[in-house]
Design a protein. Structure first.
Length: 186
């Protein structure tokens, strides 16, 4: 006896119905796998566009108020800034660069602070930028550190302070302050 092999299509009496179901399944699969995700992404983008357009319209409404406040602030100077020194900018002469460490030690001693470390960045001394980078580590109480910072602001050759780090160390009295400052030099 021979077994007859039946094809898969033989299970369906109507081949047209099978092919129609396969084509319909293919179309539904194509829609679910490619078109539907793109439609959902487009919907999310439209929602984001609407939200951004709402923010833009709010900014347009608030723009005149912002401009008025900034013009008022430019006309007035805060009370705290009136007593701060703003020296005319200057540059360190080469002979002053040699004594800059002693100057910072003297400033710290006058404020009752203890200097742990003062170090100059050798690369900044060699390059032609016209600036010198110093790293300071000072120990003292908060009011003395504040007074030191105000004295530091009086230096005409101070261009900017890159880093200020204040922390309390276990076992050490007072606060430890680390500074990286840039000084203008000739």
């Amino acid at each position: 006896m021979m077994l007859q092999r039946r094809s898969f299509l033989a299970l369906f009496p109507e081949r047209r119905l099978f092919f129609a179901a396969v084509c319909l399944g293919g179309l539904i699969g194509f829609y679910l796998l490619s078109i539907l995700p793109h439609q959902q992404a487009a919907g999310r983008l439209e929602d984001q566009i609407e939200a951004l357009q709402g923010q833009i319209s709010e900014q347009r409404l608030l723009g005149p108020i912002y401009n008025r406040f900034t013009s008022l602030l430019a006309e007035t100077q805060p009370e705290g800034l009136k007593g701060l020194p703003f020296p005319a900018p200057g540059r360190l002469a080469p002979e002053q660069v040699a004594g800059i460490e002693a100057l910072f030690r003297q400033m710290a001693d006058q404020g009752g602070l203890r200097v742990r470390r003062i170090g100059a960045d050798l690369n900044s001394m060699i390059n032609e930028m016209g600036e010198l980078r110093l790293s300071l580590e000072i120990l003292g109480d908060l009011s003395s550190l504040r007074a030191f910072m105000l004295k530091l602001g009086e230096l005409p050759y101070l261009t900017h302070i890159e880093r200020i780090e204040v922390r309390r160390e276990a076992g050490a009295p007072g606060l430890n302050m680390e500074l990286d400052i840039w000084l203008a030099r000739e």
